[in-house]
Design a protein around this ligand. Structure first.
Ligand code: NDP
Length: 247
């Protein structure tokens, strides 16, 4: 265990699986106290047990990021438990790929309210605390935040929107010492794609990644750790990480 983040407090959303889980563990192993938040209590309990094994101080919160009041309460509970907040990792997200024509628009609402509004609610609630501790805001975006493809219109819209929100905020809070970091993973082998209901979109994705050596969640956790362990005057604004095989 390194001690780079000793005394720091990190809140990670979507910490019940994939990139969020790996990031919570990486930050905890680096010495941070970690608040893990998501909806699935059983999965969070497993992550909590892994963190406890490593001797990490952990607070587990059941949270649906689409609920603004719950986001605000989660931030307050984190601050009460650990005395402040240094790092917020906005990682919770859904990727319900599919064409625009004939789409189930309820899936659009889920993506916008999770990937975009959820991030905004948490950021709004956490910002005064991040300013107080000259902390860092880590936004898990995507290569879909830099380029749009058919079948990903709404998902890409949420991630482009996230990038725009983050860049404006970076400029807004730079003078107060808060660093805003956008992380843009390419294909990572997680559960994310399992929730796609559009069979054509699912098959197209499977064809695209067949034979590709995909990134693992730990690869993205390492990028987050890099950004948050830089000296205060270094702001890593954007990290794009693709599998070597991804075009
Ligand atoms: P996972 O499906 O493993 O993780 C998604 C996480 O988001 C889960 O922990 C889930 O927890 C949480 N989540 C979803 N909806 C909500 C909600 N309403 N409230 C709270 N938590 C929620 O996939 P990944 O780890 O891959 O995804 C993490 C992030 O990485 C996402 O933002 C995704 O867009 C991004 N990303 C992923 C890529 C990939 O190829 N895998 C590529 C680029 C970006 P629970 O269900 O318990 O609430």
């Amino acid at each position: 265990m390194t001690n780079n983040l000793q005394g720091k407090v990190a809140l990670v959303t979507g910490a019940s699986s994939g990139i969020g889980e790996a990031t919570a563990i990486a930050l905890g192993k680096a010495g941070a106290s970690v608040v893990i938040a998501a909806r699935r209590a059983d999965r969070l309990a497993a992550v909590e047990a892994r963190l406890a094994e490593e001797g990490v101080k952990v607070l587990t919160l059941e949270l649906d990021v689409t609920d603004e009041a719950a986001c605000r309460a989660a931030v307050e509970r984190a601050v009460e438990a650990f005395g402040g907040l240094d790092v917020l990792v906005n990682n919770a997200g859904v990727m319900l790929l599919g064409g625009v024509l004939g789409a189930d628009t309820e899936e659009w609402r889920r993506m916008v309210s999770t990937n975009l509004l959820g991030v905004m609610y948490l950021t709004h609630a956490a910002l005064p605390h991040l300013i107080e501790r000259r902390g860092a805001l880590i936004q898990i975006s995507s290569t879909a935040g830099r380029g749009a493809r058919p079948g990903a219109a709404v998902y890409a819209a949420t991630k482009f929107g996230l990038n725009a929100f983050s860049e404006a905020l970076r400029q807004e809070v730079a003078a107060q010492g808060v660093r805003v970091v956008v992380v843009e993973p390419g294909v990572v082998e997680t559960e994310l794609r399992e929730h796609i209901t559009d069979e054509n979109a699912k098959n197209a994705l499977e064809d695209r990644i067949a034979g590709m050596r995909q990134l693992q969640a730990d690869d993205i956790a390492a990028a987050v750790l890099y950004a948050v362990t830089q000296p205060e005057h270094v702001s890593v604004n954007e990290i794009l990480v693709r599998p070597t095989d991804q075009l």
